[in-house]
Design a protein around this ligand. Structure first.
Ligand SMILES: NC(=O)c1ccc[n+]([C@@H]2O[C@H](COP(=O)([O-])OP(=O)(O)OC[C@H]3O[C@@H](n4cnc5c(N)ncnc54)[C@H](O)[C@@H]3O)[C@@H](O)[C@H]2O)c1
Length: 248
């Protein structure tokens, strides 16, 4: 039984499919009802959709209660949601303090609230559970702004603060929850190809040892590993899946 928050997104869709292919019953948890229901339909008996607003604690607690009512337990919780406000994506010079705060609250705070709500349920389970938070290479190292040159693209300043925060939140929770058998790990993806500006794609690929951007399916193995007993002695880890970007 695995719950995937943000399960109807670009990466989340592949993760739900990968977890279902590896035998999990999957709850696709997302604010996007149409996409979430379509994915659950496609996965058939292996999945169901649950609407959640990850930024609303009552909604998250409701999700946990619904899953426990229906399935009696949560073995794995994967958070790959990506909440952001309407001004998200602006250049460094144009980010207001209010936008910075709001995006940190929407994204970092919600990862904390969701992981805590789920861990409360997992602490009551005799064999604990596994939480996987999505970080980013940009939570590990600074952006290389040269890859954005000549395009309208950038990496938002909030993103680095948020993802760095999520990685250390993951370590904190792993340390705190270890005695309860609850493991907390992170996956940090590199950039996923999503029809970005061709110049950006070329530069990104040139800078990446494996010579290409990621596909959403590239993260399935990491998540299946961390969500399952195959990683039973692994906690507080950040599994970087980036084609080698961060070693250069
Ligand atoms: N795509 C990349 O290149 C990339 C790279 C590194 C890290 N990441 C991280 O991976 C994760 C997934 O990214 P993605 O590219 O799949 O994003 P995405 O935008 O395609 O998907 C995110 C999902 O989160 C859902 N969501 C947004 N706000 C929500 C809310 N308030 N409540 C519930 N669901 C909500 C959306 O509906 C969407 O289905 C994010 O944490 C992102 O930061 C992505």
């Amino acid at each position: 039984m695995a719950v995937v928050a943000g399960g109807a997104g670009l990466i989340g869709t592949a993760l739900c499919e990968g977890l279902a292919d590896h035998g999990a019953t999957v709850v696709v948890a997302d604010a996007a009802v149409e996409r979430g229901e379509a994915l659950a339909d496609e996965l058939g008996e292996r999945a169901e959709f649950c609407r959640v607003d990850i930024t609303d604690e009552d909604s998250v607690v409701g999700l946990v209660e619904t899953v426990l009512d229906r399935h009696g337990r949560i073995d794995a919780f994967v958070n790959c949601s990506y909440p952001r406000n309407e001004n998200y994506g602006r250049r460094y010079e144009d980010v207001t303090a209010a936008d910075f705060r709001e995006n940190v609250e929407l994204h970092l705070d919600s990862y904390f609230v969701a992981a805590r709500a789920v861990s409360r349920a997992m602490m009551d389970q005799p064999d604990g559970g596994s939480i996987v938070n999505f970080g980013s290479t940009y939570g590990v190292q600074a952006p290389d702004f040269s890859v954005y040159e000549g395009t309208e693209m950038t990496s938002p300043v909030e993103y680095s603060a948020i993802k760095g925060g999520i990685l250390n939140l993951t370590r904190y929770m792993a340390s705190y929850l270890g005695e309860h058998g609850v493991r907390v790990n992170a996956v940090s993806p590199g950039g996923v190809f999503d029809d970005q500006h061709p110049e950006f794609v070329d530069r990104y690929e040139d800078r990446t040892p494996l010579g290409r951007m990621a596909t959403p399916e590239d993260f399935e193995g990491a998540v299946v590993y961390l969500a399952s007993d195959a990683s039973r002695y692994v906690t507080g880890h950040n599994l970087v899946v980036d084609g080698g970007w961060t070693i250069c």
